[in-house]
Design a protein around this ligand. Structure first.
Ligand code: ADP
Ligand code: MG
Length: 548
């Protein structure tokens, strides 16, 4: 037998109400999005002559009446005729937005699934609609108390547009607090394209009204229209307390998917200053989430900024996101863009690139460790600073030291110091012989060295005071100024013991410097670094989690 599945409205309604979204606050995002869509539709129709007359002020008002326990969302968009209410509202999961997009190819419309409106019932006992279409005809009233029965009749509502009135239910009393509503609007609606105003019923408006949102965020503009100041100003809008970023990348893709956005490289001095989850994800200027895992490569989660794409499937589960082919493409594209931009800065403004390396280097090294595509590109612009403050790319370093710094197996040796002061005698001795010593002082460097030794077969990182380079360095000259290997070992043991006594964790320090009072043994170090090198970079997350 073949047939059609039937849905029992009595049973499906409670399910929609309860489980449509796990976050109840989403209802406001959905209703304001509908109000924005209605306004955008009117603009589009007016521009092609299908809607006549003045547009008037297209604004959205969110009005709270705590006494009456109502929250109203008012727009001056297309409105609905009685027939349209019956078609778009009474039919659950019929999207008027999708219909409009198909007909008018309007990319600015937010709605999609035809379910958003019903999220109102997650927080309301009763929902009322007052609406008047831009077309001829009377105003219309619709009301529903959350049962599958509705009322629909003509009323005297003479303003073009729609007013949705929510009678907030008892469990949702939080949404009768002005602060809560403002908070939600500021989070989800901050960059919507139609001005949104919040007010409380009966409250006198003092001074100039201020809209909740910036209707014209920079990521939707052309890079050629923007100056440095615009990007810096927008950064402060996103992160009021943030330091001026180092530079930014303006993303603008329309094939094979749509994506716009601005990614900022923040200034970072210490790896533990890095804050993740600073990138905000938008869909047609509606805030969706700041958990961008899966969409942005992990090492780029250290960046700040905004990504906007109508092509990321937003209403589906995270596990689905991971496997989504669009998401994978977006991920790869962002990586490529960032690598290209870094290379461009490196080629065109090398001095500035080197000046920013202290912060930049962290991203680049982290990226090289966790993303092979990026590794390939970044190998061209990774720089290493020698003890005299001169920067070398990998190739430059190799050219400069070609004849000298090869080990017995023919591998190129990169001679590095983890502590220029403590290891100065070794450094001086090496320099006198014409060797180049670069600085690798941070925790990220320790992990980086280890990881690159595995990936670059012809390269061997060697610490300037390590046993292996004994034969490169004239030990006699330096024996007066530094400890002998034996003494050094004793000292290490002493420190390790003291630390153990004090019950201080030895997890964090890696093997970065001699001066660190905690010394990990070589096998221990190797084990830890291997853990860290795990693909997908999960290890690095744990690494940061351990930071003070
Ligand atoms: P979607 O927005 O995904 O299409 P919704 O459930 O949010 O689905 O809304 C269903 C439809 O109801 C919309 O597509 C639109 O046609 C209509 N609608 C909802 N709110 C408004 C409004 N404020 N003004 C005009 N039409 C609206
Ligand atoms: Mg909608």
């Amino acid at each position: 037998q073949k047939g059609q599945i039937r849905v029992q409205t009595e049973n499906i309604f409670p399910i929609i109400k309860k489980f449509l979204y796990s976050d109840h606050e989403i209802f406001l995002r959905e209703l304001v999005s509908n109000a924005v869509d209605a306004s955008q539709k009117l603009k589009t129709l007016s521009s092609i002559g299908e809607a006549k007359g003045e547009l008037g002020e297209l604004r959205i008002d969110v009005v709270l009446d705590a006494k009456e326990k109502t929250l109203s969302i008012i727009d001056h968009g297309v409105g609905m005729t009685g027939e349209e209410v019956d078609k778009y509202i009474n039919q659950v999961a019929f999207s008027g937005a999708e219909e409009f997009v198909n007909k008018y190819k309007d990319a600015n419309i937010i709605g999609h699934f035809g379910l958003g409106f019903y999220s109102a019932f997650m927080v309301s006992d009763k929902v009322e609609i007052y609406t008047k279409s831009f077309k001829e005809g009377s105003g219309v009233f619709w009301s529903c108390d959350g049962s599958p029965e509705f009322e629909l009749y003509n009323v005297d509502y003479n303003e073009r547009g729609t007013k949705i009135v929510l009678h907030i239910n008892e469990e949702s009393a939080e949404f009768l607090e002005a602060g809560r509503i403002k908070g939600i609007l500021e989070r989800f609606c901050k960059f919507l394209p139609i001005p949104i105003y919040f007010s409380e019923a009966g409250e006198k408006k003092e001074g100039e009204e201020k809209s909740i949102n910036n209707t014209d965020p920079i990521w939707i503009k052309k890079p050629s229209e923007l100056a440095k100041e615009d990007y810096e100003k927008f950064y402060r809008e996103l992160y009021p307390f943030g330091e001026t970023p180092l530079f930014w990348i303006h993303l603008n893709v329309d094939y094979p998917f749509n994506l716009t956005g601005v990614l900022y490289f923040p200034k970072i001095k210490q790896s533990y200053e890095i804050q993740k989850d600073k990138i905000q994800l938008y869909c047609n200027q509606v805030f969706v989430t700041d958990e961008v895992k899966d969409i942005v490569p992990e090492f780029l989660m250290l960046l700040h900024g905004v990504i906007d794409s109508p092509d990321i499937p937003l209403n589906v589960s995270r596990s689905y996101l991971q496997g989504d082919p669009n998401v994978k493409k977006i991920n790869a594209h962002i990586t490529k863009k960032v690598a290209d931009k870094l290379e461009e800065i490196f080629r065109n403004e090398r001095t500035s690139f080197e000046e920013k390396w202290e912060s930049l280097g962290l991203f680049v090294k982290y990226g090289m460790m966790t993303d092979d595509k990026f590794l390939e590109k970044a190998s061209k612009f990774l720089v290493m600073e020698d003890v005299d403050g001169k920067f070398y790319t990998l190739d430059e370093y190799k050219t400069a030291t070609e004849t000298l710094q090869k080990n017995k197996e023919g591998k190129q040796i990169i001679l590095y110091t983890t502590n220029p002061v403590q290891q100065d005698a070794y450094i001086q001795a090496a320099k006198e012989k014409g060797y180049l010593v670069v600085k690798m002082e941070t925790l990220v460097d320790a992990a980086f060295i280890n990881n690159m030794e595995m990936k670059w077969e012809n390269t061997s990182f060697t610490r300037v005071d390590a046993d292996i380079v004994d034969n490169l360095i004239d030990k006699q000259e330096s024996s007066n100024t530094v400890l002998s290997k034996e003494e050094e070992e004793q000292l290490k043991t002493l420190f390790t013991l003291q630390i153990a006594d004090l019950n201080v964790t030895t997890e964090v320090k890696g093997l970065s410097t001699n001066s660190a009072p905690v010394v990990a043994t070589r096998p221990e170090f190797m084990r830890r670094m291997k853990d860290m090198a795990g693909v997908g970079g999960g290890g690095m997350t744990a690494f940061y989690a351990q930071m003070p």
